[in-house]
Ligand binder design. Structure first.
Ligand SMILES: Nc1ncnc2c1ncn2[C@@H]1O[C@H](COP(=O)(O)OP(=O)(O)OP(=O)(O)O)[C@@H](O)[C@H]1O
Length: 237
């Protein structure tokens, strides 16, 4: 994989004509139907839609975790089609941050170590990783909790660590799936504010899947997924 080409192009996410089917009995189920999506750096695109409409499938394709039947995915200027599996996972590791509904933190590690381990997996040295982890914990308002383990943190604090951890590789693309589903309204709103601020400050192209329409005010664009088709959302905000 050539990384030089990725650096000269503005980081963003582009999906073009994505169709994804799953085997379904004797036939196939179309989870994504000719989906186009363009997310500029430093912006949030929110995706809403009923259960089973294809939202998670969209994130999985954008994350290069699932290969679509057809269409093109361009991550931070790099066309994913045609990359080897190894290059695809490297691109994902280096350029994509993923935040799932439930923070999957390692119980025995402190908040700081949860972040440092990401750099370690990436083969980076401990010194730079420690200062970067400390800076990110500060950015998510948890500098004072750096030495705490997950059971000593609230649900909202754990989700903040989850978000900080997703940013350790300085991703160009941030994919966020229902980040507030385990939180009460106030903590959920604070987590959304945080995602919005970090998106602007760090220039990520952020896709936010959400059921909560109060979150849509933070989005630059709101799209609706219906039966695998992605379209404009007329009554979103
Ligand atoms: N691995 C799979 N194999 C077969 N069908 C699948 C698979 N994953 C998802 N589907 C089907 O694809 C369609 C889209 O699923 P997807 O999970 O993307 O929807 P969603 O909008 O994220 O739903 P939810 O809001 O409930 O999480 C659904 O009909 C689902 O049953």
């Amino acid at each position: 994989m050539t990384t030089t080409t990725t650096q000269s192009v503005a980081p963003n996410l582009r999906l073009d004509g994505i169709t994804l089917t799953y085997p379904d009995g004797d036939g196939t189920l179309t989870a994504l139907d000719r989906v186009d999506l363009d997310v500029p750096a430093g912006t949030i695109t929110a995706v809403v839609g009923p259960s089973g409409s294809g939202k998670s499938s969209l994130l999985a394709v954008a994350a290069t975790l699932v290969t679509p039947d057809s269409g093109s995915v361009v991550l931070a200027g790099t066309e994913v089609n045609g990359l080897s599996a190894a290059d695809r996972s490297r691109l994902r590791r280096e350029r994509v941050g993923i935040v799932f509904q439930q923070p999957s933190l390692l119980p025995s590690l402190t908040a700081l170590e949860q972040l440092q381990v990401m750099a370690h997996l990436d083969g980076r040295g401990p010194r730079g990783a420690r200062s970067q982890a400390a800076e990110l914990l500060d950015a998510v308002g948890l500098a004072a909790q750096a030495g705490r383990r997950p059971h000593q943190l609230s649900g909202g604090q754990r989700q903040r660590i989850n978000i900080a951890r997703a940013l350790m590789n300085e991703p160009a693309v941030l994919l966020v799936d229902e980040p507030t589903s385990a939180l009460d309204h106030e903590r959920g709103a604070a987590v959304l504010d945080l995602i919005a601020r970090l998106t602007r400050e760090r220039g990520t192209a952020t896709v936010l899947v959400t059921h909560d329409r109060t979150h849509l005010a933070e989005a630059d664009e709101v799209l609706t997924m219906t039966d695998g088709r992605l379209g404009a959302c007329a009554s979103a905000v």
